[in-house]
Design a protein around this ligand. Structure first.
Ligand SMILES: [Zn+2]
Length: 165
């Protein structure tokens, strides 16, 4: 399933925050790496950034650039995790998985199929030669709902806190 920007931000952030208790002063500024792969479509580029090779190269580059810092490994891990999570969440939409060896876009659909009432893991791969650039969903209706809910909870946080005490 294709994920939109808000999900690309919320899911990996929540995972890193809850599993590794990493600090917000790292997690928040680096969130850029969880979504920038969706912006190259506006630059009318082929989306090479949504490939495993790109994520590997970019993570290696960030590691090289930050290795003199005491927190270099932490920064590389967070940025790499954000970029990788983007790929995983985009499975199901066309991606240049074999870039730079091959510019074909692959759409991988993974699902469970009932065979004789027994669930079997199944997948389907379709290919596209080019993806129309400059278009695409970046914020879904359900995310607007989630955003509105979060904004409301935030706006009424003092009243809610007092009410649930
Ligand atoms: Zn994407």
């Amino acid at each position: 399933m294709t994920m939109d920007l808000l999900m690309h931000i919320l899911l990996p952030y929540t995972v890193l925050k809850s599993l590794f208790r990493l600090e917000n002063r790292y997690l928040l500024p680096l969130l850029f790496f969880s979504v920038f792969q969706d912006f190259d479509r506006f630059l009318l580029m082929r989306k090479a950034s949504e490939s495993p090779a790109f994520v590997l190269l970019a993570t290696a580059a960030i590691y090289m650039a930050t290795r003199q810092r005491a927190d270099g490994k932490k920064i590389s891990f967070i940025a790499g995790f954000y970029m990788l999570s983007h790929l995983v969440m985009d499975l199901g939409s066309p991606m240049p998985l074999l870039w730079p060896l091959d510019n074909t876009f692959y759409t991988v659909n993974i699902y469970f199929q009932l065979q004789n009432l027994f669930p079997v893991l199944w997948w389907e791969v379709t290919t596209t030669l080019a993806v129309k650039q400059g278009v695409g969903t970046i914020l879904w209706t359900s995310s607007f709902g989630l955003l509105a809910l979060l904004a409301m909870v935030y706006a009424f946080r003092k009243k809610i806190r007092a009410a649930v005490k």
